[in-house]
Design a protein around this ligand. Structure first.
Ligand code: BV8
Ligand code: ZN
Length: 245
């Protein structure tokens, strides 16, 4: 399904465009989503692994999961959807991406204004003294990585369930939602809060709300336009349509 001519016309006259992305935009790069049939780890739900209590109880298991994901992310490339979003940024005076993804693929695709609500898997820090620790250090050992400075536990710099989102990233994301003429929700099941409230904040503030997803989600009924399809196919079409006068 392609974007409607109404949406293309609206984008032509839009000043501020904001985007919320989820795991679906990285699916075509080979990063498994959380809740799809080939979900990240069938036997566990993310909520059971991605939380501090699970980490303290069994750091070895949680680190096994994150090291596996770090290795996947080191091997993959941004896909046409990420690249199209980096193209779109150049077409509007005010454009931003708010991502729930921790894979850093938007920045690697060339996007500049990216708010990372749930952290970044390429960063780690010591739970005790908060010293930053690189991925090469963390991937060197098969054991649970320990801080060279104080011996404390190292953890990935991601936001786990039950943890607060980084306030500056959240502030920027909320402001972008409030000011958007057009707000896109792309590749997210719209289940995880507070990220899932951003499209609703945008719509309430007057944005035209567009969802791009191969399946309907909790958000679909509230969207002004639902484009059924993969972001790697739909987004380049939108860029193409905007570039042809
Ligand atoms: C907080 C980082 C507050 C780690 C992640 C009960 C009810 C409501 C809420 C809660 C509740 N109990 C707890 C909560 C709050 C909780 C929450 O929302 N839980 C959910 C499960 C109900 N939220 C939190 O805990 C947040 N913190 O609320 O703190 C607080 C207040 C006071 C004091 C203390 C705390 C923190 C949430 C952050 C958790 N961290 N990730 C990691 O990644 O390892 S969340 C994790 O899920 C990822 O970030 C992921 O991005 C995110 C959301 O998933 P999606 O991105 O949507 O991915 P998903 O697989 O679900 O969907 C993929 C979609 O893509 C699908 O729709 C699919 O159709 C589509 N798709 C597939 N292929 C494509 C595609 N789309 C386009 N193109 C394709 N090719
Ligand atoms: Zn330390």
């Amino acid at each position: 399904m392609a974007a409607s001519s109404r949406l293309i016309a609206m984008l032509r006259s839009a000043r501020a465009v904001a985007v919320l992305t989820g795991a679906g935009v990285s699916a075509e790069s080979g990063v498994p989503t959380f809740r799809g049939e080939n979900g990240l780890w069938r036997k566990f739900r993310p909520e059971e692994l991605a939380n501090f209590e699970a980490f303290i109880r069994n750091p070895q298991l949680v680190w096994e999961w994150y090291k596996e994901r770090k290795r996947v992310i080191q091997r993959i490339q941004p896909n046409p959807g990420h690249i199209a979003l980096a193209e779109l940024e150049k077409l509007f005076p005010d454009f931003s991406i708010t991502t729930q993804n921790i894979d850093n693929l938007h920045r690697r695709a060339g996007s500049k204004k990216v708010f990372e609500l749930h952290g970044n898997i390429e960063r780690n820090y010591c739970v005790q003294c908060r010293a930053d620790v690189s991925n090469e250090k963390v991937l060197q050992t098969d054991d649970v990585p320990r801080c060279e400075k104080c011996g404390g536990l190292i953890r990935p710099d991601v936001v786990w369930f039950g943890e607060l989102l980084p306030s500056d990233e959240w502030e920027s994301a909320e402001t972008a939602a409030r000011h958007a003429d057009v707000y896109f929700s792309i590749g997210t099941s719209a289940i995880v809060y507070p990220a899932a409230s951003l499209p609703l904040i945008a719509k309430r503030a007057g944005a035209f709300l567009v969802e791009i997803n191969p399946e309907e989600t909790a958000l679909t009924p509230g969207a002004d336009e639902f484009i059924e399809g993969n972001s790697g196919a739909v987004l380049p079409q939108i860029v193409e349509a905007l570039k042809t006068k």
